[in-house]
Write a new protein. Structure first.
Ligand code: CP
Length: 308
């Protein structure tokens, strides 16, 4: 695997290998590694990020890499340089791996095959966020021990969620049932429709049936129209309140890819409750991304060897 672009491109065995590598790095804790010593990794975040950007940076530095930050606002993209030429320029400068966040769903499909950089999708529009889905899977396996037969419920802005775009292909590969629910106008994925394995249902059903409830942020920045409800109304009608959470299975847990809008998609106290795995997800993001960087780096070296 030379790139990590989309979960839908991966075999279950490839994903399992990433999870095993992540477990290895987690067991080593903060210990440094020399896998990428002397190598350059570039972060091109063309949309805002806290967790993904910094966890990739920590991951790359723990593997010994030098990390370069590309700032789109002061780059030659503003002078009309294409994405393809930007990536080829980084490659010519000696960068090996490019970690990219973009607002464009088809960014990776457009540049794939046009650069020798190893490409890592750090979130592409409303299409896929593969490393978020992988770290969620790692967290589920860590907490529950076994994945087969679990029911994961996702509630929120399904229409614009790239996390849903990855999970709808990831979870069924592991025998996990995926139930989805959202407010009116937030469920239809026009550009990237659901596969037949996922089930759309009501919020109360998701809360009652799920072993894990994953809340999703309302992606106001992607909406063309103002929401017809206030934040308070959203929480009461469609969010996870303390009252609604009492209807979850006794063992059921709460997750959220974050950033969390407290008291919108879920009541603030639930974020900090014993049921919440939200900050564990962030912690596991570093180990999962170390595993991803190792995987694409080894893939890139293998391709270079095959061509030498
Ligand atoms: N979950 C996630 O992608 O968070 P950031 O936008 O902060 O990277």
């Amino acid at each position: 695997m030379r790139h990590l672009i989309a979960i839908r491109d991966l075999e279950r065995e490839e994903i399992e290998e990433i999870l095993e590598k992540a477990a290895y790095y987690k067991q080593r804790g903060a210990e440094m590694d020399s896998l990428l010593r002397g190598r350059f990794v570039a972060e091109l975040f063309l949309e805002p990020s806290t967790r993904t950007r910094f966890s990739f940076e920590v991951a790359a530095k723990r593997l010994g890499a030098e990390v370069l930050h590309f700032d789109g606002q002061v780059s030659s993209l503003t002078k009309g340089e294409s994405y393809e030429d930007t990536l080829r320029t980084l490659e010519a400068l000696g960068v090996e791996i490019a970690i990219i966040r973009t607002a464009e769903n088809d960014f990776f499909r457009n540049v794939e095959g046009k650069t020798n950089l190893a490409l890592v999708n750090a979130g592409a529009g409303t299409w896929e966020h593969p490393t978020q889905a992988l770290l969620d899977l790692f967290t589920l396996r860590e907490h529950f021990g076994s994945l087969r037969g679990l029911t994961v419920g996702m509630i929120g802005d399904l229409a614009f969620s790239r996390v849903v775009g990855s999970h709808m292909h990831l979870l069924p590969k592991f025998g996990i049932h995926l139930l989805l629910a959202g407010a009116p106008g937030m469920t239809e994925r026009k550009e990237d429709p659901y596969p037949p394995t996922v089930k759309l249902c009501g919020i109360e059903e998701v809360i009652r049936e799920a072993d894990v409830v994953i809340l999703l942020r309302i992606q106001r920045e992607r909406h063309r129209e103002e929401a017809s409800f206030s934040k308070e109304e959203y929480l009461q009608k469609y969010g996870l309140t303390v009252h609604r959470a009492q209807g979850m299975k006794p063992h059921a847990m709460i997750m959220h890819p974050a950033p969390v809008n407290r008291d919108v998609e879920l009541e603030s106290s639930l974020v900090d409750s014993p049921r919440s795995l939200i900050f564990r997800q962030v912690e596991n993001g570093v180990y999962t991304r170390m595993a991803v960087l190792q995987t694409v780096w080894e893939g890139k070296k293998n391709v270079q060897l095959a061509h030498s």
